[in-house]
Design a protein around this ligand. Structure first.
Ligand code: NAD
Ligand code: LMR
Length: 330
């Protein structure tokens, strides 16, 4: 039996992500939580003739407790999205406390669940979640993931003209680092199968993956950021975690993790100088089995990208940790 919970289930990402989870035969029980509209979203999805039993909860009547109790995996897309002219860091003010409070609920009601954080800024919200879980004495770094799959999906899509794959997802392109602008580092030299990018096209391709989110924010013109592609990516990641939990082997997904707590992570933390970093992670029934160090043997261009990434990332991580250790006055 697998129970999945979506926190922020009524939103632009939450609804299509819940739809995908509802239609996933690996999910037996799906709990939707949001501050608005979950009864309606759950009623709508409940008419779909798939396996998962669905329920919707609001904050009243201990809704968070009921949504989370017994959950094996919790996916969090709760929080405000960007508008044109904003950075992901501009979301911190509102989203930091939303993520903090939801993760407090996880610590209390389902401390063993796999936690997948979508809410931005991921570079800070994942450290926030780690600190909350640590403070509650239930932090298992192998079970906490920042969802960076959309960067991987974009890399596969935008590089298609060079990979030559009819199905772009057949090119495996590791994307490492964080999830905002220059902290996003596609490692095209480590793609399988290998392919070549003409040197005059390389920089534009890197920038497009790094700033792909801006393309959608601009096109939506004030109506939010990526939702449908994020639901696809969030589901892809959640499904991989569930498959691994059910015993499937050989599953590897890039994800933003606390390196010192995952086997293989120490060497990467030492090389990058950051404790949180996205790398391809081997998933198993207990979560992150191994952080795969693919930073060795990268090109000189990629080394420079990684250096720029870690400089930006450190401040984002520290900001998240500080928010919990020294909370701002209310
Ligand atoms: P949205 O505004 O459409 O939906 C957010 C939902 O969160 C709303 O339904 C809202 O009611 C709910 N919510 C707010 N406070 C809550 C709380 N305390 N508890 C439960 N639910 C709460 O936004 P969206 O477009 O779905 O984006 C959600 C978040 O995901 C944003 O922060 C966005 O930046 C982020 N995002 C991340 C990625 C990524 O790659 N990790 C990609 C796209 C978007
Ligand atoms: C994305 O990469 O699309 C998301 O992080 C949303 C955003 O703010 O760009």
């Amino acid at each position: 039996m697998v129970k999945a919970a979506v926190l922020g289930a009524s939103g632009g990402i939450g609804q299509p992500l819940s739809l995908l989870l509802k239609t996933c035969p690996l999910v037996d029980d799906l709990a939707l939580y949001d501050v608005v509209n979950t009864p309606g979203v759950a009623a709508d999805l409940s008419h779909i003739s798939s396996v998962a039993k669905i329920s919707g909860f609001l904050p009243k009547d201990d809704g968070l407790k009921h949504a989370l109790t017994g959950a094996d995996i919790v996916v969090i897309p709760a929080g405000i999205p960007r508008k044109p002219g904003m950075t992901r860091d501009d979301l911190f003010k509102v989203n930091a406390s939303i993520v903090r409070d939801l993760v407090k609920g996880i610590a209390e009601f389902c401390p063993k669940a796999f936690v997948c954080i979508i809410s931005n800024p991921v570079n800070s919200t994942v450290p926030i979640a780690a600190e909350v879980l640590k403070a509650a004495g239930v932090f298992d770094p192998r079970r906490l993931f920042g969802v960076t799959t959309l960067d991987v999906v974009r890399a596969e899509t935008f590089a298609q003209e060079f990979t030559g794959q009819k199905d772009p997802s057949k090119a495996q392109i590791p994307v490492v680092g964080g999830h905002s602008g220059e902290t996003i580092v596609p490692l095209f030299s480590k793609a399988t199968p290998a392919f070549q990018i003409p040197s005059d096209k390389y920089e534009a391709l890197i920038k497009r993956v790094q700033f792909g989110g801006d393309e959608v924010v601009k096109a939506k013109d004030g109506a939010g950021s990526a939702t449908l592609s994020m639901a696809f990516a969030g589901f892809r990641f959640a499904e991989s975690v569930i498959k691994a939990l059910k015993g499937q082997t050989g599953i590897v997904e890039p994800t933003f993790i606390y390196l010192p707590g995952v086997p293989g992570g120490d060497a990467i933390a030492k090389a990058t100088g950051t404790d949180f970093f996205s790398v391809p992670v081997s998933l198993g029934s207990g979560g992150a089995d191994k952080a795969n160090n693919i930073l060795e043997g990268v090109t000189e261009q990629e080394k420079k990208l990684i250096q720029t990434c870690t400089e930006g990332l450190k401040g984002n991580i520290e900001k998240g940790i500080e928010f919990i250790k020294n909370p701002p006055p209310k």
